[in-house]
Design a protein around this ligand. Structure first.
Ligand code: NAP
Length: 282
């Protein structure tokens, strides 16, 4: 049977280290890192994500400033709020909860964030630096995925990796990180032919498509490292990933579950990026 790697456990270990680092800043009488999270409107999923990020900050002793704005705010007003956070020396990281309500442009808002405070790694300057291998904020979910591979004792160097999904937020950047780590990477998407066969060639398989239990046994090479990024709500209310976890856990060498897999690592990566924006590394 494959080993199940819990992102929740790894995340807790990293948060313990973050807490120790922040406690030591406090002991030295230094300012504590602060993450500002902007929530526009009252989308229940967005509210829940924002609250989760606030709690995560508290869990490591980081400051968290939540800025709640009405859904009918104008683009100019939103940009002016972002601008004031850019200029605020007490704020290290700015996270804009996306998507914004209709009528507001995600792109225009992101462009307003100071790239040095863009802890989500969404500003085009960070994206450009990411693909140029220059210093930048690495997007949080791909960053968490690479940490999970490390926890699996998986060195991607020379291995075959297949990334299922090519989104801007997950599939494409994780493929880049794997390539930088010297894996030979194939990116699959909705037009890929012989999908199961391609996936079954992978030493490392990253599933990020948002289709419940899509990845079945025939997609998995014996002993593969499998990371399940998907978060899907089933009719009975339970969450499940993009892999058929029960069916493939015997065949995979290592596998992450959903929940308690990639999700907690994404938020912890956000905290690590905020510490970096402050000027410290973990
Ligand atoms: P997305 O933007 O919807 O992209 C989905 C990708 O999957 C696209 O590239 C799409 O191909 C591909 N795809 C869809 N159906 C497919 C199929 N039948 N066969 C092959 N490829 C298929 O999704 P995302 O933002 O990357 O998110 C993916 C999943 O990860 C979602 O469940 C999301 O909730 C989850 N997620 C979790 C976290 C976390 O922290 N745990 C963070 C982000 C996302 P095309 O490009 O051809 O359309």
């Amino acid at each position: 049977m494959g080993t199940v790697i819990y992102g929740s456990e790894l995340s807790q270990e990293l948060r313990d280290q973050l807490r120790a680092r922040i406690d030591s800043l406090k002991e030295q009488g230094k300012r504590v890192p602060c993450l500002a999270v902007i929530l526009v409107g009252d989308n229940p999923a967005s509210i829940s994500y924002v609250r989760g990020k606030g709690k995560a900050c508290e869990s490591v002793g980081m400051k968290n400033r939540e800025i709640d704005l009405p859904a009918d705010i104008s683009m100019e007003e939103l940009k002016s709020v972002i601008q004031s956070l850019n200029e605020d020396p007490e704020v290290d990281g700015i996270l804009l909860q996306l998507p914004l309500p209709g009528g507001l442009s995600d792109t225009e808002a992101i462009l307003t964030i100071d790239p040095r405070k863009d802890v989500d790694g969404l500003h085009p300057i960070n994206i450009g630096n990411f693909y140029l291998n220059e210093p930048c904020f690495v997007p949080c979910t791909p960053m968490g995925i690479m940490e999970l591979l490390k926890r699996m004792n998986c060195d991607p160097d020379g291995k075959t990796a297949v990334v299922l999904g090519r989104s801007k937020l997950v599939g494409t950047p994780v493929a880049r990180l794997l390539q930088n780590a010297n894996a030979t990477v194939t990116v699959c998407h909705s037009h890929t032919e012989h999908l199961a066969e391609v996936c079954a060639s992978a030493d490392i398989l990253i599933a990020a498509i948002g289709k419940p239990k899509f990845v079945t046994e025939e997609f998995v090479k014996e002993g593969a490292y499998v990371i399940d990024v998907g978060v899907n709500r089933l009719e009975d209310g339970h969450l499940c990933g993009d892999t058929d976890f029960e069916a493939i856990k015997e065949k995979a060498g290592y596998i992450t579950p959903v929940p308690k897999g990639v999700g907690p690592m994404t938020i912890t990566s956000l905290l690590i990026n905020t510490l970096k924006a402050y000027g410290e590394t973990l």
